[in-house]
Write a protein that binds this ligand. Structure first.
Ligand SMILES: Nc1ncnc2c1ncn2[C@@H]1O[C@H](COP(=O)(O)OP(=O)(O)OP(=O)(O)O)[C@@H](O)[C@H]1O
Ligand SMILES: [Mg+2]
Length: 249
């Protein structure tokens, strides 16, 4: 089987600082893989290498079994990348923004359909600067979906959102999973990884320190010998592995 993403022994340093060290992972068809890690763990660096924006120092990246070097335009047509807020022109309306992004691709999803998916049909003609943080986040996700991609990259899609807005993004991600879209997601939130992802990779200081399903991680690392009524959680896994205080995560 060809994986959507296959990464082998990826490393990246900024001068002498090793941001990503010997990272290997894969994402299967229609799977949501979460990369869970604190600030500075190397999540965005990893995403940018996978998205073809940053050149790794060493290692191999295959998307759909293809390489950025040989198959750049094919890969670009098959992936969706969530944008950062600063990349968008705030006086464009939602519709204009999506039309602009649609113009980059031959294959486009109808804007009406996308706005229904992200629950923004009533904001089609509103300028981005007049949207709330959660609404803007949903526009960025819609923009990542304009070319009907088979794989999308969501780097911290819920950071800064209130619990309700976060739930809205979770619903969108669950709907994408149902449609068979593969998702690479990064997050600081353990419950988000647990809720959305079929497998979780825990990254700390550029290295994978654990990976598996949330059940496997909890069984292995949450401290099985504890005699408490509380069930182990992914939070326990993370704190046991990193020795970090929750306040720093
Ligand atoms: N262009 C750069 N030049 C120098 N150092 C960098 C650069 N980009 C990232 N780093 C460093 O690499 C490390 C990993 O950064 P990265 O942005 O990948 O972390 P992250 O896991 O995405 O963190 P966050 O949760 O805060 O988004 C950090 O220590 C950061 O300072
Ligand atoms: Mg980041």
């Amino acid at each position: 089987m060809t994986y959507l993403i296959e990464v082998k022994n990826l490393s990246k340093s900024f001068r002498s600082f090793e941001a990503v060290k010997d990272l290997s992972l894969h994402v299967e068809q229609g799977e949501c893989l979460a990369i869970l890690g604190p600030n500075g763990a190397g999540k965005t660096t990893t995403f940018e290498m996978l998205e073809g924006l940053l050149k790794p120092d060493s290692g191999e990246i295959l998307l759909f079994g293809k390489t950025w070097d040989k198959d750049r335009s094919e890969i670009l047509s098959r992936i969706g990348v969530q944008l950062q807020e600063t990349s968008l022109y705030k006086r464009f309306t939602v519709r204009e923004t999506l039309e602009l992004f649609g113009s980059f691709y031959k294959q486009r999803k109808p804007i009406k359909e996308l706005l229904e998916l992200v629950d923004l049909s009533d904001k089609m003609d509103v300028e981005l600067r007049k949207l709330s943080g959660g609404q803007k986040q949903r526009v960025y996700i819609a923009a990542a979906l304009i070319n009907d991609p088979e794989l999308i990259f969501l780097d911290e899609p819920t950071t800064g959102l209130d619990p309700l807005a976060r739930r809205g993004v979770w619903n969108i991600i669950n709907n994408l999973k149902k449609e068979g879209v593969g998702i690479l997601l990064s997050t600081h939130h353990m419950e988000e990884a647990e809720y959305l992802a079929s497998r979780i990779v825990i990254l700390d200081s550029g290295k994978i320190i654990a990976q598996g399903t949330s059940k496997e991680l909890i069984e292995k690392f949450s401290g099985g010998e504890k005699v408490t009524v509380r069930h182990g959680t992914l939070e326990d896994v993370f704190l046991n592995l990193t020795g970090k205080e929750l306040a720093n995560v």
